[in-house]
Design a binder for this molecule. Structure first.
Ligand SMILES: Cc1cc2nc3c(=O)[nH]c(=O)nc-3n(C[C@H](O)[C@H](O)[C@H](O)COP(=O)(O)OP(=O)(O)OC[C@H]3O[C@@H](n4cnc5c(N)ncnc54)[C@H](O)[C@@H]3O)c2cc1C
Length: 423
């Protein structure tokens, strides 16, 4: 899969859908010309399209998506819509990013039309080990310095919320949301104005520059446009761009069967919750609207992994919920891609004349994708108000293969050790 220009996952994503797109997918056919092409219909791509239209409703805008809406990572993720800035930036920058995330979060939810349906949920970081607790102390100090709200949770709070006695302490982070990501990305796509043409099942195979336009080639058609936006995240490098700045990482999620009444009473007596691990290689858990547990963990380099990942996800569940029958099996599990840069900074901006890019989500890209996508559209009109590189940084160089893979394997082995029982 890594050598393909677009994703073709081994397993379908199985978030239960409630928002259904009723019109049949249309794929790109024949040669066409337009004002702007967006490659990828995830959070970033939809946000770019929406902002371009707002900037000039007369533009002829096309989005080309390799799969169907929701089949990519934007519909495969765990659904934590985070407005807290937890990345490795200085506290004063985090304060500014937090404010931008808050506005982007609100804008995205309002645009989606799902806003009023969302319920409050507890979203928190939790530590299961002494090392994890130490890391949460550091995080608490960072949140305080950057003016981001949080509350301490002790072991009994965590047990009451989750039904698990596995954790020692946590930090509750208010105003973040849990969503069903397939419903969210589908709703966002449905809200796009009719003037935006969405072509699904239309993977871009190549991208070529001519004197005053770019040509985007798909299996059955092509588009010529003066402006092209790369919003295909982990697959930017597969189209031949920014190869020295990112790697593709697979991570995995699975859902249990619907819990029985006792199990639901145990895990959801205080409503829905989402738990982020104290260590970045730890395991994420949450409840879902229809009464399941979701587990997300593991990282693989450039290639989708096999059934071993299911066993590891199950072991993580069993450790937290040893007496829960429904947590002994996963009804479905799947992998998804994220794009990682060496220093966590996004690949963002006009990377060649008329070619714009927003990728490098570094595993947390629902709100960030929405924010940076809109900012990229603004940038293409010379109207950007956000100093993206100053706030988020610029990606540093990565060595070529085989050193790159070796570096990843060494770093991830060390990090796994450090994560310990947070996994
Ligand atoms: C299991 C998992 C759990 C996660 N949990 C969270 C979470 O809880 N919260 C969070 O904020 N983030 C989470 N993430 C990360 C999040 O999914 C991404 O950051 C987000 O999807 C990035 O959005 P995007 O639009 O930039 O890229 P993507 O969602 O990857 O969208 C890119 C789109 O481009 C398409 N594409 C790729 N190549 C081509 C091509 N050649 N031609 C045409 N189309 C192409 C793809 O099919 C895809 O639809 C998770 C990721 C995974 C895999």
């Amino acid at each position: 899969m890594a050598s393909s220009t677009y994703p073709s996952y081994l397993r379908a994503c199985d978030w239960p859908r409630t928002v259904i797109k009723t019109c049949a997918p249309v794929s790109l056919q024949g040669e066409q010309t337009c004002d702007a092409v967006i490659i990828g219909a995830g959070f970033t791509g939809i946000s770019i399209a929406r902002r371009l239209y707002d900037l000039n409703p007369n533009l002829n805008i096309c989005i080309v998506e390799a799969e169907t809406i929701g089949a990519g990572s934007s519909g495969r993720n765990s659904g934590f819509v985070l407005e807290h800035a937890l990345g490795s930036v200085a506290p004063e920058k985090a304060a500014q990013i937090h404010k931008l995330y808050q506005d982007a979060h609100q804008d995205m939810m309002q645009f989606s039309g799902l806003d009023s349906l969302q319920k409050e949920s507890h979203i928190f970081k939790a530590a299961a080990t002494a090392r994890g607790e130490k890391s949460l102390k550091g995080l608490a100090s960072f949140l305080q310095k950057s003016g981001q709200a949080f509350e301490y949770l002790d072991a009994s709070d965590l047990q009451q919320i989750t039904g698990s006695s596995y954790y020692r302490s946590g930090l509750n982070m208010p105003h973040n949301r849990l969503v069903n990501p397939v419903d969210l990305i589908t709703s966002l796509a449905l809200q796009l104005p009719e003037a935006v043409s969405l072509y699904e099942n239309s993977p871009v195979l190549s991208l070529e520059k001519f004197s005053n336009f770019w040509k985007v080639q798909t299996p059955d058609g092509s588009l010529k446009a003066p402006k092209v936006f790369l919003a295909n995240n982990a697959f930017v490098k597969e189209l031949g761009f920014k190869k020295a700045q990112s790697i593709t990482i697979f991570t995995y999620a699975g859902i249990t069967p619907v819990l029985n009444d006792n199990e639901r009473a145990q895990t959801s007596s205080m409503g829905q919750w989402g738990l982020l691990p104290a260590h970045r290689l730890g395991t994420t858990f949450r409840t879902t609207d229809d009464g399941r547990l979701l587990v997300r963990g593991m990282y693989g380099y450039e290639k989708e992994g096999d059934a071993k990942n299911e066993d590891i996800l199950l072991k993580s569940l069993e450790k937290r919920f040893p007496d829960m029958e429904s947590a002994r099996q996963l009804e479905k599990w799947w992998g998804g891609t994220t794009s990682l840069t060496a220093n966590g900074a996004p690949i963002w901006g006009e990377i060649k004349a008329g070619l714009f890019c927003s990728s490098g989500c570094n595993g947390v890209g629902i709100v960030k994708g929405w924010l940076l996508g809109a900012a990229l559209a603004d940038q293409s009109f010379d109207k950007n108000k956000i100093p993206v590189s100053k706030l988020f940084g610029t990606p540093t160089w990565m060595p070529p293969e085989p050193f790159r893979k070796l570096g990843f394997l060494v770093a991830s082995t060390i990090e796994k050790q450090m994560a310990g029982e947070e996994r």
